[in-house]
Design a protein around this ligand. Structure first.
Ligand SMILES: [Ca+2]
Length: 215
């Protein structure tokens, strides 16, 4: 099981993506990277399992079909690390994997990260269960720092635990990326995110956050 371990309360930062950047200096990184690679190896098996598709999806607007009056993806939040506008965050018609739209993040100028995330409020009884975030991603000319998939567990604004994938770079057609997290006690919200941490463009579609069946 992927466990990032307990954290002191002061690790929480205004944005959890930035706090995770800080976490890279800790030995725990090696554990996370190893776990990410192991899960990637299981992707083919999971994709072939019809039970996965039947699990209720905890996300709203998972296929990026609903658009706000300002043209953004309903229910999802777009953010960047700092500074002047460095990313094009757009709901686009082409390409899309299902429905009529997908979500695009394109870096316009140098910046640490840009991301799209969704906050999911959860009941206390989810503690101890494992959730899985899956999302289909297409990439074009993404630099070596790549894009990453993340799940964070929060009690209010305090980050309790998180997992992140390996870095995916280069060009790629629609690929299923998955990540699992065992939900810590006191979790009141889960946040799922896709971050672009180098130059290039990614498109995402068909996101799903679901509770993995307990053995
Ligand atoms: Ca779609």
């Amino acid at each position: 099981m992927v466990r990032a371990g307990n954290r002191p309360a002061n690790i929480a930062a205004p944005d959890w993506t930035t706090s995770m950047t800080f976490m890279r200096s800790l030995p725990i990184l090696a554990t996370l990277l190893t776990a990410g690679a192991a899960m990637a190896a299981d992707e083919a098996l999971a994709a072939a399992d019809p039970a996965v598709a039947e699990r209720p999806n905890l996300l709203k607007n998972p296929g990026f079909e609903e658009v706000t009056a300002r043209g953004g993806p309903a229910q999802w939040i777009n953010k960047q690390h700092a500074g002047v506008r460095a990313y094009d965050f757009s709901v686009v018609d082409d390409p899309h994997r299902s429905g009529e739209r997908s979500m695009m993040i394109r870096r316009l100028q140098k910046q640490v990260w840009g991301k799209t995330e969704q906050i999911v409020r959860v009941d206390p009884d989810l503690a101890g269960k494992t959730v899985e975030f899956e999302i289909w991603v297409r990439s074009e000319k993404v630099g070596a720092k790549g894009y990453m998939v993340r799940i964070g567990a929060f009690a209010g604004s305090a980050l309790l635990d998180f997992v992140k994938s390996e870095r995916f770079a280069g060009d790629g057609d629609w690929t299923r990326r998955t990540l699992q997290l065992k939900v810590p006690e006191y979790t009141s919200q889960l946040v799922v995110a896709m971050t672009l941490e180098d130059e290039g463009t990614i498109w995402m579609d068909d996101a799903r956050l679901s509770i993995v069946a307990q053995p």
